[in-house]
Ligand binder design. Structure first.
Ligand SMILES: NC(=O)c1ccc[n+]([C@@H]2O[C@H](COP(=O)([O-])OP(=O)(O)OC[C@H]3O[C@@H](n4cnc5c(N)ncnc54)[C@H](O)[C@@H]3O)[C@@H](O)[C@H]2O)c1
Length: 344
């Protein structure tokens, strides 16, 4: 394959991020877009110079000049559209969260296995410059051994219910829909959590049928403790502030700052104000700010297809993150410690 011809299922707000990313990718072109609302499909086709548009994705999938599709549809629709696309012989890059329950995740993995078509889940934080650099430092042993990791997904949803308010349902629990970013990030850095306790409340978006804030404490491999906070009602700028504590240093990083901070024992030096035993010296490392680096993400997806390599976040990775998120929901609901099983 020398070039990837893409279709987009869903002329959603986030499809624009896909298209802006794709425009900068080599050897890829978008040949069609589909949305059940014709006006939205047409507008996207006109704006992004896409040659054709559809209102029924099955018609689009019947074309044999489309190699792959991206699926930026409401979360509830990921499974059916992904399975249909895979069974129509297309590779798929499906938005996060992979799905809202494990049955759907299993169906998607099964369809990918049976068709031999690749399925990638868009865990876009794995392409955020600051997080990529932080993970590399941890992997290189720069902060010693991890002992505590924390991340948060703090994002005011009061004005973003999604078209038709598809985010405003209990099944689209914020920890799965948005908190999956923070859970996936910690999993990527510290491994798969094994058990969790959690608390949740609903004090801001009181007219939404969800808990808008959840805090989870998790056990990670190698006796690492982890914490994830998700709030979709908070009054602050969107952030995924993340702190990685190691035996020899600490990294403080987020997705919206132009620098991230590292503290290390050897940076300590003399400090006349606090005394030499205080670690006050921080190094700020410049990073590019792009909290939705869809260019790198979709570029990677297409390059894997061009090279015939497996994608980096296949269905199993997306499903592992969903399983951890569902365990958090259950822990908060039952007030019990939940063992996380990765059974798919
Ligand atoms: N990676 C990220 O950080 C990130 C950020 C935002 C959104 N997202 C994800 O992107 C996806 C889309 O979210 P959004 O807020 O952009 O959506 P949106 O509400 O803006 O748009 C949804 C679109 O889907 C269309 N649609 C519904 N059913 C359809 C069908 N059967 N066939 C074709 N089109 C159909 C609707 O008409 C609408 O245009 C979600 O999965 C969301 O979680 C990811």
């Amino acid at each position: 394959m020398e070039k990837i011809r893409l279709g987009i299922i869903g002329a959603s707000s986030f499809a624009e991020a896909h298209l802006i990313g794709i425009a900068q990718c080599k050897n890829t072109e978008v040949v069609a877009v589909c949305d059940i609302v014709e006006e939205r499909a047409k507008k996207m086709a006109d704006t992004f110079l896409i040659p054709s548009y559809y209102t029924d994705y099955h018609e689009m999938l019947a074309r044999d000049d489309i190699d792959a599709v991206t699926i930026p549809l409401p979360d509830q629709l990921h499974c059916q559209a992904t399975v249909d696309a895979l069974r129509a012989g297309k590779h798929v890059m499906c938005e996060k969260p992979m799905a809202l329950n494990m049955d759907d995740c299993r169906k998607m993995i099964k369809a990918s296995k049976e068709t031999g078509k690749q399925l990638m889940i868009g865990q876009v934080c794995r392409y955020t410059d600051a997080f990529v650099k932080a993970k590399k430092m941890v992997d290189d042993g720069e902060i010693g051994e991890l002992f505590f990791v924390e991340s948060e997904y703090a994002h005011d949803y009061s004005k973003i219910g999604g078209i038709g308010n598809w985010r405003v349902t209990p099944e689209r629990h914020p920890i799965i829909g948005g908190g999956c970013h923070a859970v996936d990030l910690l999993r990527w850095i510290a491994g798969n959590p094994t058990e969790v306790t959690a608390y949740a409340n609903n004090k801001v978006l009181t007219d939404w049928p969800i808990n808008d804030c959840t805090v989870a404490i998790m056990k990670f491999p190698n006796n690492v403790i982890g914490k994830v906070m998700t709030s979709v009602g908070c009054k602050r700028k969107y952030t995924m502030r993340t702190v990685l504590y190691g035996t020899k240093g600490t990294i403080v990083v987020d997705n919206t700052s132009p620098t991230f901070t590292i503290y290390k024992e050897e940076f300590r030096g003399e400090d006349t104000y606090c005394g030499a035993d205080q670690q006050r010296v921080e190094i700020r490392i410049p990073v590019s700010v792009n909290n939705h680096n869809t260019q790198a993400e979709i570029g990677d997806f297409c390059q894997c297809l061009l090279d015939g390599r497996p994608v980096p976040t296949p269905g199993e990775e997306g499903a592992t993150t969903v399983a951890a998120c569902l365990a958090i929901v259950e822990a908060a609901k039952t007030d019990k410690k939940i063992k996380i099983s990765y059974d798919f």
